[in-house]
Design a protein around this ligand. Sequence first.
Ligand SMILES: [Zn+2]
Length: 298
Amino acid sequence: MSERPRLVLTFDLEDWHQIVHRALGVAEWDRPHPAFERQVGVLLELLEELGVTGTFFVLGMCAKNYPDAVREIAARGHELASHGFAHVRVHDQTPDEFRRDVAASVELVESLAGRRPVGYRAPAFSITQETVWAYDVLTDLGFAYDSSQYDTPRLPRRLAGIPSEPYRLEVDGKSLLEFPVAVGRWRGRPVPVGGGSYWRVLPRRVLFAALRGAAGPNAAPVLYFHPYEFDPEPLRTEGGPRFRASRQALYWNARRGRIAALLRSAAREFELLSHERYLATAGSGARSRSLSREGAVV
Ligand SMILES: [Zn+2]
């Protein structure tokens, strides 16, 4: 068995063009886009090269457009989990809307892959102090784990006191395991290092020092990426207000090519694995915690 420190490797399986085109008001935002299958192909090749399997949090409205991609991911041994259906932030939904959105994604993934997903991640980590009720819904729907908590200043109104290690979240007599997204330390200060934009901007030595610090013996720091971050072609939007479209593309293309290179380095130093594989080998030492009504982990 590997002695390397472990990082949980995850991807939010969503179509960048679908989400950005919807936000820009493009009329045909929902139609499949040729870039997506290229992105997933490159990503799956990279994971094959590194010999690792990860967890894919599948967005329902993306899976509906690309059922073969979802089947291919499962066939390669990766874990499929749920990212909800429509990528609406949890705090913009009522509890009933949230339940229907998550249930629809679970059913779709199960119908495509033959296995019911047991993990969930909220769109944009949007379980906040206003939406602690989301955990009632998730435990009710039978999820074994969630990975929606990220202690980064970029998420206003996030839950208070998010621990750095996985823990058992008790909710009204039920529970699930929570896997917070990776936050390390650099010169005594917390540095979010879960993925996405931080991997594009942090100096390499800061990123790796923080990852080493985060990956302690009981820890399972979670990394998260998206297929568009591995696209060898530049991301371009079509239609919509030109200024907003060009700003979007500029932001999302900046230093994007770094991510695959950094992931190759990370795979040499760390064991990268899916939630499923982590859970199969982890002890039962996760500490129990609960949420206060004000949205603090206690
Ligand atoms: Zn997402």
